[in-house]
Design a protein around this ligand. Sequence first.
Ligand code: FRU
Length: 589
Amino acid sequence: MNQIKTFLRLLLFWVVFAIPNLSAQTIAQTYECNSINKRFVHLPVKTGAPKTWVSVNIDGVWQTEFEIELAPENPDFYATLEVGQWKGKKLSLNAENVTPGSKWISLTKMSDEMSDERLVYKEEYRPQFHFSPRRGWTNDPNGLVYYKGTYHLFFQHNPFGASWGNMTWGHAVSKDLFHWTEKPDAVLADKNGVVFSGSAVVDTKNSSGLQKHPKRDKNGNIINPPLVAFYTSTAANRGKGESAQSMVYSLDEGKTWIKYPQNPVIPHIIGGNRDPKVFWYEDRQNPSNPNSGHWVMALYLDGQDYALFSSKDLIHWIKVCDIKNLGCSECPDMFELPVDGNKQNTHWVFWGGDGKYLIGTFNGKDFIKESGPFTTKYGGNDYAAQSYSNIPATDGRRIQFSWMQGGEYTNMPFNQQFTVPRELSLRSTPEGIRLFLNPVKEIERLRIAKAIPFAATLQGVDKFIKVPNLKGELLDIELQFDLKSLQTSEGSNVFTTEIFEQKITYDLDTRMIELVGVKAPLAPVKNRIKLRLVIDRTSMELFANDGIIQIAKCFLNKDKVPANMTISGKKDMANVTVKVYQLSSVWRK
Ligand code: FRU
């Protein structure tokens, strides 16, 4: 009897534990290439397939690792790893756990092309003039720097999957902020961990000494200064290590990046300290002193706390100031701007990840708050913005990109996009000085033709004025509502613009503007409400009253409804003028 009981127990154990484990059993496997003779290796990815860690080994030495949903068959897309720098050497890609029978090894390919050249940028939900990665996931813009006529855009990138992970710095370049050419990833994970957000500068005076062979022009200026970038390294993804600030530099105009051997340059301080934003502080009190001025790093510490650090050489940093209670966390930025364009009246802006900002003064050491926090974000899809460094003084603009956090790109081999590049300015308002955001003027180069203004008077809440001659899906629209009176009367004092079945409303009673459910306060200026709508295939951005309010919102036009733009509102409430510019795709030849 006892024997039968033992047998039944064993059987039960086998059914409950052993059988499921058998089917879940995985094995380690290696893809090998004895002598690398191509620039890239492409790995098959299937979103939703079991994840495995893969380490990259060259002649048997570990270089980097990533976690990937390796496709056992029928990949959704190929993830690309650059291996050209190891030509002639032996490559081994060691996958920790793959399902027996997976065809990932035979599906893995090497080539000199970046990825799916025939398919890329032709996808159904590919933004047509907003930046999005060729393949994989992006979140924050990183390392925005202008260098010798080229805008560099680095970005938090998961090259190996369409969701967050494996943080790496992707890299793209552009001459006009809209037509981007994506380059191989610039900074990959190493023994210090993955590569979180950060910034880049041009070390014009070679203060770091990283350029060992500086060449000078006849005025003594260095013509081959190093590009230096700062990022947070964190091994937290593997459950080990803490975040610290690391440095990487380029001596070939941003083509290749060398990790600083003594990384990190700032060890872990507290909590999740991260996202270094570095800029040069010009000491205008001592302009003739060649040693005046220094580097400043704004760093997120923990909770809602930030700090400023100072350095003469980009390598040694000391903490000089704390900035607390901004009301948000992560991704700081800091810059000086003239008020109303008056260069004699400048103020400093301290910016945090969620679009909150302080206005103040800065003497190179202490940031002293004058007003704020204010916000540029009332909801919508907008996070972790960063502004460019090294924009020439002759241009003088403060140009910013932001991540359109949370958009949907169903079944696409890429995920997430950025906002349009925006120009920031400080302007006086009846409430005090505020930051204004507007699309950079380069967007006008995408306009296909001159707009023919259309004018009408509101006809009624249920009487829809149809805007004529509206074609296409990529649009830059200016609307001006000249209100007959600021006094409101019985009934709804809301006027509505509808396009692609999305509603933009203005409520004169509450003085609130609303874009697809995101509301922000907006007062008429000179009895006027001015709206600018920038519409791409998967997003809408609204800039109201010259940029005092800006709302970025993702949308997915799944049913491919046409624009059908209508305007409605209480009869005679306002005269409206509409200018519609159709924009061209940056991908069309
Ligand atoms: C903001 C952020 C940063 C961090 C990065 C990681 O979105 O959380 O603080 O560096 O993303 O991807």
